[in-house]
Design a protein around this ligand. Structure first.
Ligand code: S6P
Ligand code: ZN
Length: 194
């Protein structure tokens, strides 16, 4: 991390879905994410044949201090497990903090959940998705190209993964004939692009 309080400009690479400088990069492969898909056995079988990277992230060198604004990019590859599109694990923040996701390239969406409420925000370049505090959130690539976005967040907000691992997001994003549909766990369709 750079010194606390040092101003800097970072370059965004929209198509690559990365930020430079980055303090660290991360990647999540299909084998690590199998359990979050509706058909984990199928995800594991796919991963056994080719354990592809589902998404990668770069995080700018913002110190972990109260008041700092974190900057991180995510690039989700196109792909599916059965009819379910590639997506991030999804998380809640440890602190009651919101976040903004700024679309950079590709076609995606932001799936949000708070208790029994589920929301879907379509994402692409030029769209900013607002994540209010207290909502679990996951992003999904519904297109044929990488979907990339920038996250802007309170640096100390933190990630809480177990609630999403246990309870899911309340809905799944599935391939439709020409696009996608967002289907709640009770079978109700809440959004679609066909
Ligand atoms: C950081 C921001 C994103 C996600 C990334 C991966 O606060 O929300 O950078 O970490 O999209 O998602 P996940 O659910 O694996 O953290
Ligand atoms: Zn977040």
């Amino acid at each position: 991390m750079t010194e606390p309080g040092v101003p800097f400009g970072a370059r965004l690479f929209a198509i690559e879905g990365r930020i430079d400088p980055a303090a660290f990069d991360s990647e999540r492969r299909l084998s690590e994410l199998a359990s979050v898909f509706a058909d984990p056995a199928r995800a594991r079988a796919m991963a056994a044949a080719d354990d592809v990277v589902v998404y990668r992230g770069s995080t700018a060198p913002v110190p972990e201090r109260q008041g700092e604004v974190g900057l991180a990019t995510t690039r989700i590859e196109p792909g599916r497990v059965g009819d379910e599109f590639f997506m991030t694990h999804g998380h809640l923040h440890r602190l009651l903090e919101g976040e903004a996701y700024i679309g950079m390239a590709g076609q995606g969406g932001l799936l949000l959940r708070r208790g029994t409420e589920v929301a879907w925000v379509e994402m692409q370049a030029g769209i900013v998705g607002h994540i209010p505090p207290g909502w679990a959130h996951r992003t999904v690539n519904v297109g044929e190209e990488p979907f990339t976005f920038l996250a802007v967040y309170p640096r100390l907000a933190g990630h809480d993964y177990p609630p999403v691992a246990r309870e899911g997001m309340g809905a799944r994003v599935l391939r439709a004939r020409f696009g996608y549909r967002v289907v709640r766990d009770d079978g109700t369709e809440i959004a679609a692009r066909r």
